[in-house]
Every structure is written in structure tokens, then in C-alpha cells.
Design a protein around this ligand. Structure first.
Ligand code: HEC
Length: 137
């Protein structure tokens, strides 16, 4: 009983104070997508088009940008081909690309036209993907 009481106290205080040699540090956590600021280059990427970007387009954009004219974001090729304004992605230049500016409020009307804006994390992920070369990864 003494041991379990000790463990119980330990778990409580451990969670709060990192005592009792319990490993409660969050260090192993890998940040996904939020890695601000255009690092990368040299072939190293942290954002995948297929895994991180395309799903956003599929749930929020292709109902209007799915191939009926203008910008078509249902594929990498369509996105790179651009829309009525021409190129919307300038590989390596997230800040200068039209696409994220239509998402973060800096170039209205903000997309999606019919619904709530993407989260800041989602827009960051798209910008980072462009900074990393806008690869078909
Ligand atoms: C309700 C319909 C609708 C939705 C949803 C929508 N858009 Fe649009 N979008 C439009 C219309 C209409 C235009 C203006 C016509 C055009 O340029 O294709 C436009 C324009 C754009 C442009 C500028 C294209 C150009 O060449 O000027 C971008 C970039 C864009 N949308 C991205 C997105 C993204 C990314 C999403 C999803 C987060 C999205 N849109 C969701 C309707 C929509």
C-alpha cells in the first residue's frame, strides 16, 4: 500500500513538477507543418504536397476549383498551371505568391469564397511548401 500511495503521489506531482524521474517532457514532439520561415532548400522538405496540401484543397477548394475553368487545384499540375491571373505559385517565394495571399486576408476576396478562412497553420503550411520549392512531393 505504501508503494502504490507513493506512485500515486508521484504521478500527480510528476505530472505537475516533473519530479520522481517521470519523463513528462514534451521534447520528442515533432512539429508538423508549423516550422515557420522558409528554411529548406537543398532538397530537404518538411511539407508534402500529397499529404499536407492536397487534402486542404480537397476539403475546401475543389468544389469551386475542380476543373470547370479558371484555377484547378485538384492536382499538382492544375495548381502550377495557375488561374485567370496566371501563376498563383512562385516556387521558392511563398510570401510573393498569389495563392497564400488569397488565403490570409492580404489580398481579398479571401478564399474559400463561401466559407470560413483556413487556419493560420494551414496557410503557413502552404507558404512553407512554396518556400521549399513547391515540389510535387
Ligand atoms: C465558393 C467557391 C470557391 C471556393 C470554395 C474557393 N474559391 Fe477560390 N475563387 C473562386 C472564384 C469565383 C474566384 C475568381 C475566379 C478565378 O480566378 O478562378 C477564385 C479565385 C481564386 C484564386 C485566384 C485565381 C486567379 O488566377 O486569380 C485563388 C488563388 C484561389 N481562388 C484559391 C482558392 C483556394 C486555395 C481555395 C480553398 C482554400 C478556394 N480558392 C476556394 C471561388 C471559390
Amino acid at each position: 500500500m505504501r508503494i502504490s500511495a507513493y506512485l500515486f503521489t508521484c504521478l500527480l506531482t510528476g505530472a505537475l513538477l516533473s519530479g520522481c524521474d517521470l519523463d513528462v517532457s514534451p521534447t520528442g514532439e515533432v512539429e508538423e507543418g508549423s516550422g515557420g520561415g522558409g528554411g529548406g532548400g537543398g532538397g530537404t522538405t518538411t511539407v508534402s504536397f500529397a499529404l499536407d496540401i492536397l487534402p486542404i484543397f480537397e476539403s475546401d477548394c475543389i468544389r469551386c476549383h475542380g476543373g470547370a475553368g479558371g484555377l484547378n487545384v485538384d492536382s499538382y499540375e492544375g495548381l502550377i498551371a495557375g488561374g485567370n491571373s496566371g501563376q498563383v505559385v512562385i516556387p521558392g517565394n511563398g510570401a510573393g505568391s498569389l495563392l497564400p495571399r488569397r488565403l490570409d486576408g492580404t489580398l481579398p476576396p479571401t478564399m474559400p469564397l463561401d466559407g470560413p478562412a483556413l487556419t493560420a497553420a494551414e496557410v503557413d503550411r502552404i507558404r512553407t511548401w512554396i518556400d521549399e520549392g513547391a515540389q510535387d512531393n
